[in-house]
Design a protein around this ligand. Structure first.
Ligand code: HEC
Length: 121
């Protein structure tokens, strides 16, 4: 009887470990094309290279175009979790799903100085 319950506990531990593993394995994959339709919220503040953002945003708001996709998605999830504190970015990130963050990351990573203006701006 005692042996049985130890075995059960071991199985449960293995199950938890496996769940953790599979959650990591199917990490969301972003799509720049999907991101294109999701950045209308962001372009007012974040200029990508050919956007001319108004003073004082040019100085205050970080440039997202050309940054690493993973970095952008991670930064957004840090705002969402409260690990980063900027209040506006926090409230915006709260409305984004992991998929949105991955898509937006890919979208901005794909921007270059010669990218056309986003028509949704
Ligand atoms: C109201 C203006 C505003 C809007 C709208 C806005 N942001 Fe921001 N964002 C900022 C400011 C200001 C910062 C710098 C905050 C800080 O210092 O933490 C920032 C920071 C960031 C960062 C961190 C950049 C870095 O280099 O660390 C990311 C990523 C980001 N924003 C993405 C987005 C995305 C994606 C959207 C749209 C869903 C968006 N932002 C909408 C103003 C804005």
């Amino acid at each position: 009887m005692k042996k049985h319950s130890i075995l059960l506990k071991l199985l449960m531990c293995a199950g938890v470990a496996l769940m953790g593993f599979s959650a990591q394995a199917d990490e969301v994959k972003g799509s720049a094309a999907a991101g294109n339709g999701k950045v209308w919220l962001c372009t007012g503040c974040h200029s990508i290279p050919d956007y001319r953002a108004d003073y004082p945003y040019v100085y205050r708001v970080p440039m997202l175009g050309g940054q690493n996709a993973g970095y952008i998605a991670t930064a957004l999830s840090e705002y969402k979790k409260g690990e980063r504190k900027h209040p506006t970015m926090r409230s915006i990130a709260t409305s984004l799903s992991d998929q949105d963050m991955a898509d937006i990351g890919e979208y901005y990573a794909a921007q270059t100085a010669s990218s056309p203006n986003n028509p949704l701006k």
